[in-house]
Design a protein around this ligand. Sequence first.
Ligand code: ADP
Ligand code: MG
Length: 686
Amino acid sequence: MGLLEQSVNTVKGIGPKKTKLLARLDINTLEDVLYYFPRDYEIHPKISSINSIKSGEMVSICGKFEGNPKLARKHRGLSILEWTATDGTGQVTCIWFNQPYRARQYNKNVPYYIYGKAIRAYGKIQIQNPIVEEYRPGFHDGGRIEPIYPLVDGLTQKDLRNLTQNILERIEEDIEEDVPEIIIREYGLVGKTYALKTIHYPLNQDTLEEAKRRLIFDELFLMQLALHGQREKRSKAKNGLLIRWNNEDMADFIRKLGYPLTGAQVRVVEEIFRDLNSNVPMNRLVYGDVGSGKTVIAAIALYAAVLGGYQGVLMAPTEILARQHLETLEQLFLGIEIRLALLTGGIPNSEKERIKELLSTGEIHIVVATHAILQDDVEFHRLGLVVTDEQHRFGVRQRATIIQKGNKTPHILVMSATPIPRTMALTLYGDLDISIIDELPPGRKPVKTYHVPSSMRERVYAFIRRQVELGYQAYLVCPLVEESQDIDAESAIKMFNTLRTESLSNLRLGLIHGRMKADEKEEVMKTFQDGDIDVLISTTVIEVGVNVANANLVVIENADRFGLAALHQLRGRVGRSKDQGYCILIADISTENARERMNIMVKTNDGFEISQKDLELRGPGEFLGVKQHGLPQLKIADLIRDVDILNETKDAVEKIMALEDSEYKSTILQRAYNKFNRSMREVVLN
Ligand code: ADP
Ligand code: MG
């Protein structure tokens, strides 16, 4: 076994307890240790002479201990050890609390490197709890940079430093490169072994930068390579279902929708048809801003699959949305022989069993489902197409599970209103083709958005009353108390009870929150849809997908508690007809960030612009919700900050792929698959 494959418990000082703690940081092998990068560095100053030390500074000195260590015991078991060191120019008193063993650890007449914060007390310079190491000329002179690692309880910086030092010292030969030699040369990268040593113990800022660049390059290169391989594999795979259908029937269906498709919708439908008509499995993302009309595209695609003799699935992230989609499909397929079913967590078990049975015999053509569909015992007769709506709620993992439900690879269509800055889309969805609906249905007016302080709440209620008088309906979204459905529900209930007896007492109010049973929620949504509720007081359960065209006003309480993406989604619940929509953000601003968010909402309705701003305000990690996407977890690269390196790696991957030698190519491709982290492997495998 190679050195790097060895377990951490082979290192001196790492027993079972620390091994366990390290495992919690995903550190199991020595290689994992090397790839556990510092989160920051502690920069030791160059060695100074003791007579030049100023109180309050972090100092490095080189000195010898003199005289005898003095151990004093104070009450309650506190022990204080003092020992004086000198470098010939002056004296420093080193003080340790509760570390009496230090007296035995150091020898007189041996030069030590001593580092810590200098404090002047009783006319002398003291350093409390200094770092003391046997002085090594050269190593200690240059102004050392020490790594600072992210930790868990029970592990110390010292543990990790010992580990990394121990391993780095034992590396004799260079570690195998992940990036081909020609690429290393062409892009002027430093060697991998050097980079790994340097990232933990940089000699100075410049070498640290070089090392970082190399390791970021590695990570992005392997990711790009794996994605590229995945794409290539897919486009070569001929294991897709070739779906054909009767064009007359389809044209008839589209004609009877009740409105002409927008140009953008027509284009996207054509792209989907082309995919369905080929034996390469479709893997397409349809991005369209809120209200751009994605549902009807899903319906058309599903209809094509059914006409072609296959079954289809429409996956929704919430029960409410699933039920709404079922209703929409029922209306669209009115008078057409298509059997639909709903399969969600909320339906009774006996019903579930019945539906599963009918799915396996092929008697149900289209099933609208939430996660319940992912259970292992759901089987299809001839699954041809899987549509997932609002895909950001589904991980890649879940997509992979559903794909396995077909005998052959079914076609996949992913619908999303989560705007992703263009620079990122390709990287994120490297395994998907992308269609964009960049046009709203005709006559839509941008939603007018206002930001008001809470002192104006009564005027907002007056505005709600006026809209209701005009025949419209409204949503009132309660503040996010915390990410707990129960507590959020609590606040919605309270607001409902207050408004019912006070400001909105003469209106018909409805209440919906995550703690209600599925059929209760459905009942409320149906009543709202039918126009029998004027104002729907809700938590964020209505955030995605809900479509009630007559609702033209959404009021968001404590809007500053929501992120831009959520605000944009919530606002997307209105402005779904030709009539003017309104969004009122109630927020008392306490931070600059909150002010920015309110301003951008007031200023623009453009999802792309909002996502760009969101990205700037939140930073990429949080923005992407990496875990939810099931995206590869990057250890050191940052898709936004490192966009230049990202582009270089794309370039590099193309160069490698253009090479003749296919054996060489497949070797390094395999390495990319293997090397890349677990989540990536799942993307690659599906
Ligand atoms: P989203 O893209 O947010 O999922 P929906 O599919 O819910 O949007 O569509 C929003 C509304 O727009 C629906 O009421 C739908 O019937 C309507 N719609 C969709 N396409 C068109 C169109 N081409 N012309 C007019 N209205 C449309
Ligand atoms: Mg939708």
